[in-house]
Design a protein around this ligand. Sequence first.
Ligand code: BEZ
Ligand code: FE
Length: 290
Amino acid sequence: MTAPDGYFTEENSAEVVAARTNTDNERLATCMEAIVRHMHACIKEIEPTQAEWFEAIQFLTKTGHTCTDWRQEFILLSDVLGVSMLVDAINNRKPQGASESTVLGPFHLPDVPELPMGSNICLDGKGDKMLIRGRILDTEGNPIDGVKIDVWQANDEGFYDVQQKGIQPDFNLRGVFRTGADGAYWFEGVKPRNYAIPEDGPVGQLMKALGRHAWRPAHLHYILEADGFDTLTTHIFDPDDEYIHSDAVFGVKESLMAKFDLIEDADKIAEAGMDGPYFEVVHDFVLARS
Ligand code: BEZ
Ligand code: FE
């Protein structure tokens, strides 16, 4: 298709660009050839005006300018376009019976302190108390010993500690736990609520322009790591949440629903050592062998 003189035409545009590549890096060459081919096809389909193309460039420029050490607007863009979930799906094809993964999101922190099993991760006492428990199993149903469970959640106003520095204590509603031989985990947190992903930047403006809402259904985040098993990055979701069928970042999967039950029975309250009604969520995770 390349013109004999190598000049660029509307018809041969992608081939001319690809033909300039001269690298031993085969992966780079493959990726760039595909990206250029699809971009040119997209432009040929849309036929943007010069003004429209400049608006697109300005959108990407603003997206870059919105990024800081604490905020990654490009990841948010990838999330709302479903690209993060697609990359996640491609890289986490699981065997039958293993728990499914979902997006990491921008609010995970490394180096969160390890706590004794059963600890309360709510450091400011705000919100409806919730007991979270379950087991970590292999695909044959055996408990897994020594699983590192990294959990984090938004508070009952829908904010993570890192979004409310000076308002919430550092490491509020975060914890790392390790299972024993029975594979069991349990800890106390608060009933999470739904929240809107950051809407005050260019991605928020795009969502509005598209007539889309920015809400995520209430959830808890987990990263589960154990020797000999694939690391699992996932959530559990409240199936009764009003946004359960319209998550702004497409993270919901049927298998990740976990009922958030209100416990009012006096015997159960006493048995759990709680001082009044509380919510409870029970969910087992199954890890795939690596
Ligand atoms: C989160 O669940 O923390 C999240 C995921 C994607 C975008 C924004 C937030
Ligand atoms: Fe979240």
